[in-house]
Design a protein around this ligand. Structure first.
Ligand SMILES: Cc1cc2nc3c(=O)[nH]c(=O)nc-3n(C[C@H](O)[C@H](O)[C@H](O)COP(=O)(O)OP(=O)(O)OC[C@H]3O[C@@H](n4cnc5c(N)ncnc54)[C@H](O)[C@@H]3O)c2cc1C
Length: 402
């Protein structure tokens, strides 16, 4: 039997069966790249962007989740396990179950870890009846009635600094809730404070103008260039700060988004850059090939992509990654380059969205070429974000078809 490298299928292991892992696995399968195994411990697959709609009252929690077994692309093997560590020198993945798996090519798509513990008191505040977050499936479901039924008091919304998974999505439930409170006539009885890590709402002037207009319209008090430092769940107070300046705020409801980082085992496996405090997989941010281990690749939230992370970004990344893996397999140099395209769809009311699409340099990159004002608050973008994208995600993106 001829077992030359051209006839033996490559053993491709994908770590993580989230947005990135399944998009890549589906594309690799269709490209007949080899035998593909996805390692994923969770039995439920959550579409994170819908969690913002769940928290803000414009989607049911059940719409955001499906059984993992139902979303694994056909032709791809799901290994229901968790990676403990990777030995890139011997090309072996060690599993929490004690097993191990050898690979020819490895794609790390392990996402980010929500580091709640980095803010003292935050885990306790989230466990209390007054704490909620769109960055966790259960806490998003909890946010929905909490915000919907509030009639007076102070609500504080916090956004973490970068790096974060579509970090500005922290703002989405805030606008949805304000629109709801305005519609039932209680907006003036609720003090809304937004703690923003940057000096502007987003960081791209055209988008900032749209968001600032909505912040003013809703009368939201913004604390710019401030981060959440600690929470006292019993006293219902929190401290925000910047440098030595600190302020204590009282709250009736806290909607918080935690600091985020890559899972620690990535750095523990030697796959992160030694000087990266957040431990992302150290890949070339245009080709996604690892800078020291050429058979290791990474896209999605776990990769050092040098742009704002988002699901929209992954669509472009997955295309480039699969082309580049194919090039390497055929002995060519990876040449497909990712320009840092990313997206944040801000739900600025219960029927309109500011659809921010941009590249690594912060230049607007509208999906519809030449429609330069596509980012403006629009009903059409709401329909895309709330109705079309979830369908495209479940039926096309996760199968590697879009
Ligand atoms: C609340 C929220 C709102 C968002 N809104 C938007 C939006 O509106 N638009 C947009 O484009 N993007 C949005 N995003 C970002 C988008 O959801 C993410 O960029 C995307 O899900 C990242 O995909 P990923 O596969 O890299 O990570 P994930 O989807 O998080 O998947 C990572 C997977 O890796 C698995 N894993 C982790 N460790 C291991 C291990 N040791 N072994 C095996 N498997 C492991 C995890 O279980 C997980 O399933 C949002 C994100 C959040 C959290």
């Amino acid at each position: 039997m001829n077992d030359s490298p051209t006839t033996v299928p490559a053993r491709i292991v994908v770590i993580g069966g989230g947005n990135a892992g399944l998009s890549v696995a589906g594309r690799l399968h269709r490209a007949r790249a080899g035998t593909i195994t996805v390692i994923e411990p969770r039995e439920q697959h959550v579409f994170a962007p819908l969690q913002s709609h769940v928290a803000g009252g414009s989607a049911r929690a059940s719409e955001a989740v499906r059984a993992q077994s139902d979303v694994i692309p056909s032709g791809v093997r799901w290994l229901h396990d968790e990676v403990f560590t990777v030995d890139a020198d011997t090309r072996r993945v060690h599993l929490v179950s004690g097993g191990q798996l050898d690979y020819d090519q490895l794609v790390v798509c392990a996402g980010m870890r929500m580091a709640w513990e980095q803010v003292p008191g935050l885990p306790e505040a989230m466990a209390a009846p007054t704490g909620a977050s769109n960055y966790d499936y259960d806490l998003a479901a909890k946010a929905s009635p909490l915000l919907r039924d509030l009639r007076s008091g102070t609500v504080v919304f916090t956004q973490p600094p970068e790096p974060a998974s579509c970090g500005a999505a922290a703002q989405k439930p805030m606008y949805l809730a304000c629109d709801w409170w305005r519609s039932i006539g209680v907006r003036d009885d609720i003090r809304v404070v937004f703690v923003c890590p940057d000096p502007v709402p987003f960081g791209i002037p055209a988008i900032d103008r749209e968001l600032q207009r909505k912040l003013d319209e809703y009368g939201i008090e913004v604390r710019y260039s401030r981060e959440l430092r600690s929470v006292d769940a019993d006293a219902r107070t929190l401290v925000i700060g910047h440098g030595h300046a600190e302020e204590t705020l009282s709250y009736d409801v806290l909607h918080a988004v935690p600091p985020q980082r890559a899972p620690e085992w990535i750095a523990g496996s030697g796959l992160a850059a030694s000087d990266d405090p957040h431990g992302f997989v150290d890949v070339d941010h245009e080709t996604f090939q690892h800078l020291r281990h050429p058979e290791v690749w990474s896209v999605g939230d776990a990769a050092s992509v040098a742009t704002r992370r988002s699901g929209g970004a992954i669509r472009q990344q997955a295309k480039a990654l699969v082309k580049n893996m194919k090039a390497v397999r055929e002995g060519r140099t990876p040449s497909a380059k990712y320009n840092g395209y990313s997206v944040v769809p801000f739900t600025v009311s219960r029927g309109t969205v500011v659809f921010a699409e941009f590249d690594r340099e912060g230049r607007l990159q509208p999906t519809v070429p030449f429609w330069r004002s596509l980012y403006r608050e629009r009903r059409l973008s709401w329909i895309a974000d709330r109705r079309i994208l979830p369908w495209v995600y479940w039926h096309l993106i996760l199968r590697g078809l879009a």
